[in-house]
Design a protein around this ligand. Structure first.
Ligand code: E4P
Length: 216
């Protein structure tokens, strides 16, 4: 399973990259705003800075909601770096734009996916990634992980190449469960990734080894 970090914070991206397990980055307008990034030039420079830190795919979301606007923005974003994946909302023009970019060999991430039908349509449009938001479904008492399982089943039935990018991952067990049910990628915050390494028996075992090592 690929690990993406879901942030626009350069320090956290550097920290995850240094860990040696990072395969890419996802951002969205809310995450960019959280970092205080505004204005076209600053947004562009921020995406360039992210691409300089990581080796893998970097999802950059368009702000337009009409086909022409998405194409213009997406082409400009894709021209920044081959690592850029154009992130498109799961709406009618987003699907049309997805097909457009796919035909041009530009990678896409169809975002804000909350149903199997939406995921099926994204795959039909040739999306590189489809992003079911598991945490936001959990927030409204719906099983986000179950959606990932259902998408896995449908994609496997027809050997769709679109990768399931489990998004809106909120904690460590989301990552473990996504791995069990076959998500191709997960994108989550740094603390959720770091949680994978913690176990009290590791800590107490190491403390004992270090104590015993004093007598060697
Ligand atoms: C995915 O690409 C989104 O950026 C993100 O995972 C949304 O997560 P949230 O529901 O925690 O805001």
């Amino acid at each position: 399973m690929k690990f993406f970090i879901d942030t626009a914070n350069l320090d956290q991206i550097k920290e995850a990259q240094a860990l040696g397990v990072l395969d890419g980055v996802t951002t969205n307008p809310s995450l960019m705003a959280k970092e205080g990034i505004s204005g076209e030039a600053n947004i562009i420079n921020h995406y360039k800075a992210i691409c300089d830190i990581v080796d893998g795919d970097v999802s950059a979301e368009v702000l337009s909601v009409d086909f022409d606007g998405m194409v213009k923005e997406g082409e400009a974003l894709a021209a920044l770096n081959p690592q850029i994946v154009v992130k498109l909302p799961m709406i009618k023009d987003g699907i049309k734009a997805c097909r457009y970019f796919t035909a041009k060999g530009i990678k896409t991430n169809v975002t804000l996916v909350f149903s199997v039908g939406q995921a099926l349509l994204a795959a039909k449009a040739g999306a590189t990634y489809v992003s079911p938001f598991i945490g936001r479904l959990d927030d409204i008492s719906t099983d986000g992980l179950h959606l990932v399982s259902e998408i896995r089943e449908v994609y496997d039935n027809y050997a769709f190449e679109t990768e399931i990018l489990a998004a809106s991952v909120r904690h460590t067990m989301h990552i473990v469960d996504c791995a069990k049910i076959g998500a191709d990628v997960m994108t989550g915050p740094l603390p959720a990734i770091e949680g994978l390494m913690r176990h009290p028996l590791t800590d107490s075992g190491l403390a004992k080894f270090l104590e015993d090592a004093k007598s060697l």
